[in-house]
Unconditional design. Sequence first.
Lengths: 333, 523
Amino acid sequence: MKRGLITFLSLWILALSSPLAAEELVIYSGRSDKFIKPAIKQFTQKTGIKVVLHTGSSTALLNKLKLEGKRTSADLYISNDAGNLQKGSELNLFVPMEAKKVAVIPANFRAKDNSWVGLSARARVLVVSTRDKSADFVKSVFDLADPRLKGKLAITHSSNESYIAGATVYLRATGSKAVKSWLSGMKSNVGTSVYNKHSKIVKAVASGRKAIGLVNHYYIYRHLAKKPDAAIRIVMPDQGKAGMGVAWNVAGVAIVKYSSKRKAAEQLVAFMISEAGQKQFTEVNREYPTRPGVPAAANVPKRSSYKIADIPMSELGEYRDATLDIIEAVGMP
Amino acid sequence: MVTRVSTRSVLSTAVVLLASIPLIYVFIYSGQLSIAQWSNLWSARLPGLLFNTLSLAILVTAGSFVLGVSSAWLISRREFVGRRLATWLMILPLTIPTYVFAHIYTSLTESDGWLGLLWTAIFGADVPNPELYNVFGAAFVLSIASFSYVFLLVSDALTRSRIDIEEAARLHGLVPRQVFWKVSLPMLRPAIAAGLALVVLHVLSDFGAVSMLRYQTFTLSIYLQMSGRFDFHAAAGLSLILVALSLTFLILERFFRDRQRYYSAAHAQRSKRRPATKVEHALIWSWLGLITTFAFALPLAWMLVWSWQAWQQSLITKEFWGYVQNSLVISVAAATLATAAALPVALFHARLRNKISQAYLHLASIGFVLPGPVIALGILSFVLSMLPWIYGSMFVLLLAMLIRFLPLAIQAQEASVQQLSPSIEEAGRSLGATPWENLTRIVIPVLRTGLVSAWVLVFIDTLKELPATLLLRPTGFDTLPVRIWVEASEEMLELAAPSALMLMLGTLPVLWFLMRQHDAVTK
């Protein structure tokens, strides 16, 4: 009996470790399953191509791609951060797509060589308490360094990718000196108490523990969807003629250089930038579609209603190390 | 006899070589660091990391000491209602991984979590509820997650320790408190030290809890260097320093474990438990109850509540059972493999007991001193450059598990290997048994207890393993810890809870088996 059991177990293990079926696309995904599955499901229904999601942290998956080289089983890479996508391009991990196939997406939302293309965008905005008026003077993200906000400001820890991306936009728009003093000011406002999740920042402002926070726009609407009466409002920073505009960051997709299923991978990209795909991909998380003409979720501020910082998304990768250096030099928690 | 020894030495050499792969890669990568990079690492990172890591280690040591020693002493020195249950309650925290503890307690202490609401109810909304994203939070989580190791070792030592010495002390006029501090505690020192060294090793290599709590220890910093900056060389340099630090504790642990033998007495009168009075009952149960509330009951309640929510929203899908199956597959395979691989090393050491076998033992302990992400990276580099054709299969993951948990398997087997005297085997041979028959009919039956504990311990730890699985799992092969990780980072409580609950349930039967065996030995 024992021997039978052992044979059974080994067969079971062998069966499970067999390679994947040939027609399946493998995506290394740094995006939450919940926000990608609906679009994938629709793609599979339409084309019959099955998709395996290998989910993890964007940076760790990029590392894995780099180490694996041509041994990789990945066909596509999806990340929530343009910085990571650009980093992958610089590491020569992706294969450029034909310009005419991705032309529907504006040039500043994709790589210069089209090795990745942005699918959805998030805006870096302020969440402000409607009860606590002490942060009402804030008009720019740089005001967050004002000592009046000591103990009243909520930000994430500095290894958050949206945080780094935002700082990179400000670095490109204003220069390293401004960003350095901005970070130092915020550091003295928060001490070592930072948040590890954006959703907790929104909660903290809603509960009155903090007066203001720096978040991605959809966290505010996620909270409002659950609690419509929450005492919070959104503020678009750095508007007006002299303002640099709101920092955007995109989630995007790239085709892996060593993919053996490039045709199918291209089909997936084509679907994701089609109107139907764009709607499906962005709607679940209330993000902005990168394709012009596709509307965002109804209650989110219209993209034409505010000024957006004029920084190509590829710079989020090119200047990421510069931003990290400043963050480390300041010693941001 | 000569051929037997050489088979063993060949096999154990192979196992030890396999186990040293990650360390070799750490040397290769860190060897490529320039002097300037080293000195930069040294001045910029080291002081902070050393301070963070050591202060956490000290706090967790203190926490585990208080929780582990007090509970062990009460349970093995007093007879009270529900004593068996209490023993169980003290080891059940082992079924919950550190990252699950971290995740549960961060959500419980939020302003709308159970503890957060309780806090507001008691202190009012003006006093902000305590945050766990600091050294105290990390120390709290790691203490309740690892005091059970101290409990197990100390209660074992207490059961075996010589009660007659304590009685003599009492006859000479010491009051119970003095007996505890002057006699019992000094006798327990080796067990306590071994337990605490084990705790420190866990703290040094912990990845899950510190990364969820964002507390920068060596292990987390190494991971961030690798994944955020693609800087394998700096990561390897930091790993090397961590290895030196961990080795110190590993050697301390071995030292104390060896000394413990002199204190235990096989033939002396075993300890007796004094019946507890009514007042003592109340006191004992309020203390043990307090420990259990935080180390087991609250997390369990949390898992049950959120799993129920998931069930109601029918979030427990076919895929979920796939994750359960994946977890079981890898754990069964790793436990079997590690137990088998540990056997020659343990036997080799038991026979020779010389410098070489000692060195083998230390080399095989690499899984204890290198953090999981580093082991994973070493294996990845090795497989990609040497055995590329197995890349992407389960074997890579299995190899990593084997290396990570080999020391555990060896340690568990050592005690029973010592009972195997050469004369038994020689008797077998002289009666005409082949080496194979000798192995299956004499060696393995004698070693049964050790083999079973090794299997169980590796099974439990593989079931909970996170960092190496994250990097090395075959595409689409998600295990329960990986799912907990993915869902927890998106704050999907309903989705993380059923996985955590399944992990705990999966551990229970094997733990029960281990405890039964443990009882049989200490009775």
